[in-house]
Design a protein around this ligand. Structure first.
Ligand SMILES: CC(C)(COP(=O)(O)OP(=O)(O)OC[C@H]1O[C@@H](n2cnc3c(N)ncnc32)[C@H](O)[C@@H]1OP(=O)(O)O)[C@@H](O)C(=O)NCCC(=O)NCCS
Length: 195
């Protein structure tokens, strides 16, 4: 198994793993091409990165991070949003859908006093879970954060994602507070201090 920075061509495979393994979240409800564009932007922009675990060239897990969430969203809107908007057209006239997009984009504004860096998403294919893969990806993740001299980052995790909550608590994250986005869906915010 190898752990490395993702390449742009990995974006769609990563999006597929996201859709399969984080099936309850808002991002998972997006069209696969849109989600692929989102990961393409994460891989490409200088404000973000994505690490993958590969077995024989097949991606079995990933972890993504941003050094500055606000700057990343601006990069995404500038470079990808309008080319992706056609994909949203079917849903875009649905008010609750627009609300969810705005909530996702505005959450950094709403939660003002948080560090700009964030662990954005992480997933391992079900058949590969429980083998320490996320732990190894997280080690590489910390390396990338350190290279950018990041001292603290946050993660927002849905209350229903029990395996992820267990992972963060096992790996030294500190619970900060509860928050609600997406129609009062409860989420937790954790912080991680890099020693
Ligand atoms: C969270 C997730 C990425 C962990 O991946 P993983 O490769 O199975 O994790 P690891 O094997 O490295 O586990 C490390 C530690 O995390 C904790 N952990 C991971 N999965 C757990 C689970 N299902 N239940 C309880 N604890 C768990 C354990 O403490 C584990 O250490 P241990 O095995 O020594 O007890 C994986 O379960 C997953 O993809 N979940 C669905 C997607 C998700 O919720 N993503 C987070 C949203 S951003």
């Amino acid at each position: 198994m190898i752990f490395c920075l993702a390449d742009k061509k990995d974006a769609l495979q990563i999006a597929q793993i996201h859709k399969n393994e984080i099936d309850k979240g808002f991002l998972s409800s997006l069209d696969i091409i849109f989600l692929g564009n989102f990961y393409g932007a994460l891989i490409e922009s200088k404000f973000s990165f994505c690490i993958v675990a590969k077995e024989d060239d097949r991606i079995v897990g990933f972890i993504s991070g941003v050094f500055d969430l606000d700057k990343f969203y601006r990069y995404f809107l500038k470079n990808y949003f309008f080319q992706s908007v056609v994909l949203l057209c079917k849903k875009v006239f649905n008010i609750s859908y627009i609300k969810k997009i705005l909530e996702t984009l505005l959450y950094p504004v709403k939660e003002k006093n948080l560090p700009p860096a964030e662990l954005l998403t992480m997933a391992v294919l079900k058949q590969f879970q429980g083998q320490g893969i996320a732990g190894k990806m997280f080690f590489e993740f910390l390396g990338e954060m350190k290279k950018r001299d990041i001292k603290t980052f946050k993660v927002l995790v849905g209350e229903e994602l029990k395996s992820a909550i267990a992972f963060y608590e096992k790996n030294g994250f500190t619970f900060l507070k509860n928050t609600t986005i997406h129609n009062r869906k409860s989420s937790r915010i954790y912080l991680y201090d890099i020693k």
